[in-house]
Design a protein around this ligand. Structure first.
Ligand SMILES: Cc1cc2nc3c(=O)[nH]c(=O)nc-3n(C[C@H](O)[C@H](O)[C@H](O)COP(=O)(O)OP(=O)(O)OC[C@H]3O[C@@H](n4cnc5c(N)ncnc54)[C@H](O)[C@@H]3O)c2cc1C
Length: 424
């Protein structure tokens, strides 16, 4: 079976709990900034542009938004979701069983090739012999895009393919990727000599290296080797589907955080663009009800992309419920606990999981909650581990989005939420 997950790690995360640089053991990344998500730009002939392009050297959300939209974010949901013209709950009428959700993204990539709108699509496949090891793919046929359906939930150096784009004289390109990749791509877009670029974004948070994904599965699942699909769902639990079709569910509150907190790269803990705000079209799930995908149309190009896919889609209402602001003070207080603190007792965890499902935020309110929690956690991470770079790495909208919690924040941490005087 070529498709099996080879579990090689069991002892601990690859970089050791609480080590602040990413992949310190990985020779490939020597000489890179300590905040690195391995987006692939540094593998390319444009690596000298890294200081101007990398989101972890200088976050350029504000200027890229100006270029794409002629403006910055307005108060309200744009502060959390990024600038968008429209948002929908949608899914494929005939879902692809191999896809992560219903297969909207790979169908779209394939359609762009079928209709000759692009000559190539940069997408992420699985390395031969593995199920989940991410490998960038330059797809030239619809079949090649469709073969990359499904998440490979680990860091993928997709931008290392830009040399091939230039070498093969490709002028019309679609790029599918995460927000750190999209930030770099937007920053170097003009250097690529493209006539047309479609940027399709997936929301992304807390990505990991492949060895750490293997380690994560050993810690979370009763049968890590047979996991064929997993997703962090809107019902506050992780669903893991196994080879035999059975679904294992693990409540977030039951995660062994004392064994997991070291697996997340410093870069992902310093990321402030969970919803992939600089792409043309974001396709995720977390703002939609269970079973539906959440689609944010950001640009005119994004509108064109959605039109292409519309004949295959069914739509539903975006809904919302609950009140995220009720849980946020507790969340802020928990940020003061040392990372990896022991889990609460079993019965308390059961009760918390029940209350989260029953009374927790739902739909768009769930997306707001989870995005704000990551903004808060990551702001704190940068302040505690990389304080000198705060003014370069934390974009403007973070402080505005978190303003409703400013008082709780300053009481808890005895410092203002607003940007300090970090060095530039
Ligand atoms: C690491 C990771 C974390 C995510 N977290 C969230 C989240 O918290 N909330 C949310 O709403 N959505 C999240 N997503 C997106 C979501 O899981 C689905 O990928 C998305 O909704 C598309 O589903 P689909 O069925 O349309 O995609 P499919 O048609 O199955 O296509 C999946 C696409 O994802 C791309 N892809 C797979 N792995 C990677 C990777 N490692 N890096 C870059 N691209 C990749 C492939 O190129 C493929 O084109 C995450 C995705 C990844 C990879």
């Amino acid at each position: 079976m070529t498709d099996s997950l080879q579990i090689t790690t069991g002892d601990g995360p690859s970089k050791g709990l609480d080590t602040i640089s990413m992949l310190s053991s990985d020779d490939r990344l020597k000489g890179r900034p300590r905040l690195c998500s391995d987006c692939g730009l540094c593998d390319s002939a444009l690596s000298q542009m890294m200081p101007q392009a990398c989101v972890f050297v200088r976050n350029q959300t504000q200027s890229i938004e100006q270029r794409l939209h002629g403006r910055n974010r307005q108060p309200g949901d744009e502060l959390r979701f990024g600038i968008h013209r429209a948002q929908y709950a949608a899914r494929m009428r005939r879902p692809n069983p191999k896809a992560q959700w219903s297969g909207m993204i790979t169908t779209l990539g394939a359609r762009l090739l079928e209709q000759g709108k692009v000559e190539a699509v940069i997408t992420t496949g699985a390395a031969p012999g593995t199920r989940f090891k991410a490998e960038p793919v330059l797809a030239r046929t619809p079949e090649e895009v469709l073969a990359t359906a499904g998440n490979k939930p680990c860091l993928s150096p997709n931008l290392n393919l830009i040399d091939q784009i230039r070498d093969q004289g490709i002028k019309r390109l679609a790029f599918i990727g995460t927000s750190c990749q999209v930030h770099s791509l937007r920053a170097i877009e003009a250097e690529l000599g493209l006539e047309r670029l479609y940027v399709i974004g997936i929301p992304c948070s807390d990505n990991v290296t492949y060895p750490d994904l293997e380690y994560f599965l050993t810690q979370i699942s009763r049968s890590p080797k047979t996991v064929v699909h997993h997703e962090f769902m809107q019902d506050f639990s992780l669903w893991l589907r196994h080879e035999n079709g059975k679904v294992e569910r693990v409540n977030y509150i039951d995660f062994p955080m004392d064994k997991l907190h070291g697996i997340f790269p410093s870069a992902c803990l310093s990321c402030f663009d969970y919803p992939n705000s600089l792409c043309d079209l974001t396709v995720g799930y977390m703002g939609a009800e269970l079973g539906w995908q959440w689609v944010l149309v950001r640009t005119e190009t994004g509108e064109e992309l959605l039109e292409l896919l519309k004949p295959d889609l069914e739509f539903s209402e975006l809904t919302e419920g609950g009140d995220r602001s009720r849980g946020m003070p507790k969340f802020i207080a928990r940020l003061t606990h040392p990372p990896g603190a022991k889990k609460p007792p079993f019965l308390i965890r059961r009760l918390v999981a029940y209350l989260q499902r029953k009374k927790g935020p739902k739909g768009l309110e769930f997306a707001r909650a989870i995005i704000e929690m990551k903004l808060l956690r990551n702001l704190n991470y940068v302040r505690s581990k990389f304080a000198r770079v705060e003014s370069r790495v934390v974009p403007y909208h973070v402080y505005q989005a978190l303003e409703p919690y400013a008082e709780t924040y300053s009481q808890t941490f005895e410092r203002p939420l607003a940007a300090g005087n970090s060095e530039d």
